[in-house]
Design a protein around this ligand. Structure first.
Ligand SMILES: C[S@@+](CC[C@H](N)C(=O)[O-])C[C@H]1O[C@@H](n2cnc3c(N)ncnc32)[C@H](O)[C@@H]1O
Length: 372
């Protein structure tokens, strides 16, 4: 394997200049501009510098990609680049294409990735746009496929911890919850404008909330609701006293459901996973860490479909429908160790699934080889 001496520096906000006569320069010129210190939203740099997120199941992630062919790994949920840094440190023959919809995360990630220079590129995008991100990046580096993709779903710790982002029921803030602060829909709009039935539906579908109807009724009665603490009080009062004393915080599921709705988190996932599987070369891997049942159901379904090739034959009988499996499951889903959960309770609900691409439908012109 050749060493991946390709420069994606242009998409990094810090670091070296790209050489002017190469594809990398074109990428730099056409790629997104640095958003450091000057984002459209005028993000305080200190916010990014404070970005602290412990990567979940980091050792398992590094092990998962240890044997994939040299090339590019897509980190579809770059966050603070914890996983990406570990992957880059683990192998010097892989590069990272990092995607995140959150500008604050990207600023922090770019700072952390700067020391890897040409081996990291970042894009402000949703993973729903993975196809177009890859269509822009891969040709510029002479590759047609990636060696793998990682999805570490959900929110980062800073998104929860920075009060004014409005993700947390623990701190007073306007009801916002947008991962991408340039989007229009906020949690306040969902809470104050959705029909009662739609509120109940999202509480059930996105968070398995048993008291969805009662909470939806209470929200409608309490409108307008402007802040996290108003919403927390409304939800808490709607839940029977006996239940309130058991389990987690009574508003936890409501906040989760609203966050998923505001960011359309589940809508993009099937398509993004399909795109990642399509883009991955033979023996490359797609790995997903999910944090709640709604997410995991989608991940399981998409990976299962890829595993069976969409076979419709009766289970246990030989396939007669001509389906072609595209991936194999690498192992049963895994959870973080007790030790990890102790040191990082937010890892508690994580479930890690991995598939490996089979060498059936690879592009003979592509593969994971570095072409330049
Ligand atoms: C759990 S954090 C990832 C943390 C990262 N693995 C690390 O080690 O720092 C999830 C990240 O995914 C981003 N995200 C969530 N949904 C996304 C989507 N649809 N497209 C792009 N990024 C998304 C969030 O903004 C957040 O930064």
């Amino acid at each position: 394997m050749q060493h991946p001496d390709v420069s994606l520096t242009g998409s990094l906000s810090v670091g070296k200049m790209a050489s002017s006569n190469s594809a990398r320069y074109r990428l730099a010129r056409s790629g997104e501009k640095s958003r450091r210190h000057s984002s459209a939203e005028g993000l305080p740099v200190s916010e990014a510098q404070e970005f602290r997120h412990a990567p979940v199941m980091e050792r398992e992630v590094v092990e998962t990609f240890a044997g994939v062919p040299a090339g590019h790994i897509v980190d579809a949920t770059l966050g603070g680049a914890g996983h990406s840094v570990a992957l880059l440190e683990g192998r010097n023959d892989v590069s990272i294409i990092g995607v995140d919809r959150d500008e604050v995360a990207l600023v922090a990630a770019r700072d952390r990735l700067a020391r890897f220079g040409a081996r990291a590129t970042t894009r402000h995008a949703t993973f729903g746009e993975l196809n177009s991100v890859l269509a822009g990046v891969l040709p510029a580096v002479g590759a047609s496929q990636v060696s793998g993709a990682l999805f570490d779903l959900g929110v980062s710790s800073p998104q929860l911890d920075v009060a004014e982002r409005g993700f947390s029921y623990r701190v007073e803030a306007p009801l916002d919850m947008r991962m991408d602060r340039s989007q229009a829909l906020t949690a306040a709009q969902v809470v104050n404008t959705y029909e009662r039935d739609d509120l109940a539906r999202i509480l059930r579908d996105h968070a398995d909330e048993r008291f969805a109807r009662r909470i939806a009724d209470a929200i409608v009665a309490a409108r307008p609701i402007a802040t996290t603490s108003q919403l927390t009080a409304t939800v808490t009062a709607a839940i029977p006293a006996a239940t309130r004393r058991r389990g987690g915080h009574p508003a936890k599921r409501t906040f989760q459901a609203l966050r998923i709705e505001v960011n359309a988190e589940l809508d993009q996932l099937p398509h993004a996973l399909e795109a990642a599987i399509d883009a991955t070369c033979a023996n490359g891997r797609v790995a997903v860490i999910s944090y709640h049942s709604g997410e995991d159901r989608i991940v399981k379904d998409v990976l299962r479909r890829a595993e069976t090739g969409g076979c419709t034959c009766r289970p246990g009988l030989p396939c007669a429908c001509g389906a072609t499996p595209r991936v194999r499951r690498v192992r049963a889903p895994r959870h973080p160790s007790h030790l990890e959960i102790e040191s990082n309770p937010r890892a508690r609900s994580a479930r890690f699934r991995v598939v490996e691409k089979l060498p059936v439908d690879i592009d003979p012109e592509g593969g994971c080889e570095w072409l330049q």
